[in-house]
Design a protein around this ligand. Structure first.
Ligand code: MSP
Length: 666
């Protein structure tokens, strides 16, 4: 007997964050749909997800809560697992970087790389971005700030271990150049080659001594293994690599695909393959970098914070509607916008109208014209052949498209069959056939073909929509499991005549758009945290920014400050020389300020209160030494001060007589 083909797919392991948002669900739902698709098409699948739990930030947050870090993450990880249950995620394993099985093997990997001279001890001097937990060289900084998040960095010097990325650089360039499928979509491949690999790699700092919440280096326990060696290894440790129990590793490695968001493609296509080369392991067949799901700029508001909580959406519309939207709305490699309106429209048009109506009309007509028993087909016509041909061709097309990870196109292909079946009803007009006894045989064929098409559809959608296929089968009276397999789609006409259909509730009730939009707004929790999370999602650095916001909030809550605290603020008078809206949001303005003989760009949330023209020439007060951040992709180097009241009024602070820009406020 020949062995079944295997398929190993992974999501990134998630940072423990109290509330994962819809963007996080995006990677996982996509991986799940692919895992289900491969199982359906006969593969032996290993689908892995998990959590990335170490690091200085977790250590700090746990300390602030007064609990040990493990206790702190346990609670959050339980929530993440629950979310995946709610989203019907069918992962075969869940790896935590705090699992013993992971820690032991990471130590072995580190030791092996050290023993063979690929890891060495040195002194690290460089710039450290605490929120990103990343070291950067002077050359990598952008305007003196972290190139990833735009925030400030600190100069640090400490003993550290380094991984010789540079040694493997040429091999990796050659590999990427000769393996087009390795980095997908192709644009990301060029970005890696041109921006990172060809300019030359520097050795990577892979240990820290300044915190403890990590996996200790087994031969030097002052050091903990830091970030990427720990995190990336999960794809191997979950398979039992370097243990006595390594059947899974032998069976599934190399991975077929690592699905990752675009911001971590770099780690997966540079550090990870080099680690694997150094370990003498084959590289994963593909790293696919998908885009980000961001919020509709125009609708960013505090009150909408919870709408992007996937749980709220699942509770209201069902898991299938949310999964369908995530996979259908945005082509997988590209960035996409999430909006309530787009979600509701998709539910109404594709699910309620196209799919829901096809089912309810078919079942209702079999019920009415044949007393609920599926008739055997009789008289045929040319139009039948067209529907049947499309039905048997669709599975092959969907498979080809899915192998390119084009979820949205795969669904569009399935919806062509749904559309064709709906058109078939209009063309064959069964309600007219029903009026004429001599057309009964023709009516039987039409209804049979519709029911059989729905059987095809129920199988085709099953990797994407987890609940609807059973509902369709229940209404059609399909109990025989052999009619729900992929192979059963090789032939049109397998559905046995005589099965009893059962009218049921609409699988997707039609929604009133205005009512739903209002309801979703009301459903917003008022929780600040949800809002923080949502904003964080937009800026992408979810957990990082949330943690920083938490810090800021705590700072604000401090009751008293000393004059020395005040002296830390570098407040300056500045003249606005340009002001313009920031794209895709109605909240922010981008201001160019003249501060003495310098200019600064500041992004400010005052668009609601001031028109850009009104601001030009105004003297404002700038907090000049605030850590720079990126807001909506725009660098903001400081903050201008404003007063607000409880009725949502806002007034900018200014000076009451002429004084040069750059003057210090004390
Ligand atoms: N822990 C690292 C990954 C280590 S893998 C060895 C990490 N974790 S994360 O929690 O920040 O992100 C997990 C995944 O969620 C990433 O693929 C990320 O791109 C994805 N998303 C988080 N926010 C997102 C959107 N708003 N939109 C789409 N995906 C995004 O990175």
């Amino acid at each position: 007997m020949s062995e079944r083909k295997t398929y190993y797919i992974t999501t990134p392991i998630y940072y423990p964050s109290d509330k994962l948002h819809i963007g996080h669900s995006y990677t996982t739902v996509a991986a799940d749909a692919m895992a289900r698709f491969k199982r359906l098409t006969g593969y032996d699948v290993m689908f892995l997800t998990g959590t990335d739990e170490h690091g200085q930030k977790i250590e700090r947050l746990a300390r602030e809560k007064g609990v040990p870090p493990k206790e702190y993450v346990d609670h959050i990880v339980a929530g993440i697992k629950k979310l995946w249950e709610i989203m019907d995620i069918s992962n075969d394993d869940f790896i935590r970087t705090t699992d013993e099985r992971h820690k032991k093997v990471v130590q072995k990997i580190f030791k092996k790389l050290y023993d063979q001279g690929d890891i060495y001890k040195g002194v690290y001097r460089g710039w450290y971005c605490t929120p990103c937990e990343s070291f950067w060289t002077q050359r990598q900084l952008v305007d003196g700030n972290c190139p990833d998040c735009g925030r400030g960095v600190e100069l640090v010097e400490e003993e550290a271990y380094f991984f010789k990325l540079s040694k493997y650089q040429d091999r990796l360039i050659e590999y990427i150049e000769t393996h087009d499928e390795f980095i997908q979509p192709a644009s990301r491949k060029n970005e890696m080659l041109n921006n990172f690999l060809r300019p030359g790699l520097e050795d990577l700092c892979v240990s820290r001594t300044s915190f403890k919440w990590g996996i200790p280096v087994s031969f030097d326990d002052n050091h903990v293994i830091y970030v990427w060696i720990d995190a990336l290894s999960n794809y191997l440790t979950a398979l039992g690599y370097m243990t006595d129990n390594d059947e899974k590793y032998k069976k599934y490695w190399p991975a077929d695909v690592h699905l990752v968001g675009k911001e971590i493609v770099r780690f997966h296509t540079i550090i990870w393959p080099i680690m694997l080369m150094a370990l003498g392991q084959p590289l994963p067949k593909q790293v696919f970098g998908h885009g980000w799901l961001v919020l509709d700029g125009g609708k960013m508001s505090k009150s909408k914070g919870n709408v992007v909580d996937p749980v709220v959406l699942v509770q209201r519309y069902g898991v299938d509607a949310v999964r369908y939207f995530l996979l259908r709305e945005v082509p997988f490699g590209a960035d996409g916008v999430f909006s309530n309106e787009a979600l509701i429209n998709r539910i109404n048009s594709d699910l309620a109208n196209d799919l829901g109506n096809l089912l309810s009309r078919t079942v209702a007509m079999i019920d009415k014209y044949f007393d609920g028993l599926l008739p055997a087909p009789g008289e045929r016509a040319d139009v039948d052949a067209e529907l049947q041909k499309l039905a048997v061709e669709t599975p092959g097309r969907v498979e080809t498209i899915m192998n390119r990870l084009e979820y949205s196109n795969a669904l569009a292909e399935i919806w062509k069959l749904i559309g064709r079946a709906n058109k078939y009803i209009d063309e064959t007009t069964p309600w007219i056939l029903a009026k004429d006894d001599s057309r009964r045989s023709r009516l039987a064929t039409v209804l049979y073909n519709l029911a059989e098409s729905l059987r095809f559809i129920s199988v085709l959608i099953s990797p994407f929509l987890t609940r609807t296929p059973d509902k369709i089968r229940q209404q059609l009276g399909i109990e025989d499991k052999s009619l729900t397999t992929w192979d059963s789609l090789s032939e049109f006409g397998k559905l046995p005549a005589g099965i009893r259909v059962q009218r049921g509730e609409a699988v997707f009730p039609r929604l009133d758009v205005d009512k739903e939009l209002k309801a979703l707004e009301e459903l917003q929790g008022t929780s600040e945290q949800a809002v923080d999370e949502k904003n964080a999602a937009d800026n992408k650095e979810a957990s990082h920014i949330a943690a920083e916001q938490q810090d800021k909030k705590e700072e604000q809550e401090a009751a008293e400050i000393t004059i020395d605290d005040f002296a830390k603020l570098d407040l300056r008078v500045a003249r606005v020389i340009n002001a313009e809206p920031v794209k895709k949001t109605d909240k922010l303005l981008k201001l160019t300020l003249e501060v003495g003989n310098q200019t600064r760009q500041v992004v400010s949330g005052i668009a609601k209160y001031y028109k850009p023209d009104e601001l030009i020439g105004k003297m404002v007060i700038l907090l000049a030494n605030l850590k720079p951040v990126k807001l909506r992709g725009e660098l903001s180097q400081g903050m201008i001060l404003a007063a607000t009241d409880d009725s949502d009024n806002l007034a900018l602070l200014t000076v009451d007589r002429e004084i040069p820009g750059g003057s210090k406020i004390s």
